[in-house]
Design a protein around this ligand. Sequence first.
Ligand code: SF4
Length: 287
Amino acid sequence: MSSNSTIEWTDATWNPVRGCTKISPGCKHCYAETFAERFRGVKGHPYEQGFDLRLVPEKLAEPLRWRTSKMIFVNSMSDLFHDAVPDNYIAAIAQVMAAANWHTYQVLTKRSERLRKLLNTKLRFAAEQRHIWWGVSVEDKKYGLPRMEDLRNANAEVRFLSVEPLLEDIGKLDLRGIDWMIVGGESGAGARPMQKEWVLPLRDQCKRSGVPFFFKQWGGVRKKKAGRRLDGKTYDEFPSRVRHPIMSAEDCTSAASEIEARYHSGVVFPLSALNAQVRGTLVARVA
Ligand code: SF4
């Protein structure tokens, strides 16, 4: 977890959950696993338990303490919708995102069925907010296309696709209801190569459908050398962002303390310490 990130399409990462398990071919060379396992057994290190999944409630309120507006990749070291993460913990994370609404959040999952179910029920209050973007990974047809359908059927204001690592030609996509596409190749030792012929049709489909397109990288063993230009151009497009005012430092501190305290005592929706505007929204949505 970090207030700065080297990932091209975000500013910061926030990890109230650490660790995960593999679910599809896109996970084969999971960078989070490689990183976390390096520190297994290192006493006192955040990844002392390697890539074993665990909740990190002390990180729950972190975005409320960040006083400048950022784009935040939620759970870069895990998958928020992993079945070992309890509903009430996911709801508490969503509530922090709803409260600290001067940031933009990017939530990316490979567990799209659970995303769809929760966004249509317990997380409806967060799904309807434009500053929270919900995305699924689409590495191939077999796993990626059903995830797209789940995403399209989820009650989300902003939906995106992370087509990364792109492992095959995924052909023509139905981009209705999709607000952003990231495309990238795999990097690091043993990286599976990506073909230009798989990327160009995706760029062109985005252009025709008016979907912002972000080309992250070609990848490969030496990703810096391969770069991120496509046909001589850098593609850095994003959906438009909403801007909300930053809560006062005092309100942030009390909201953070309350969310943490309430979570620990088993109450999912802490409202009293939040500012009137946010509180009003949440009461309306949660009721
Ligand atoms: S879902 Fe994401 S974090 Fe989890 S193992 Fe796969 S690539 Fe890694």
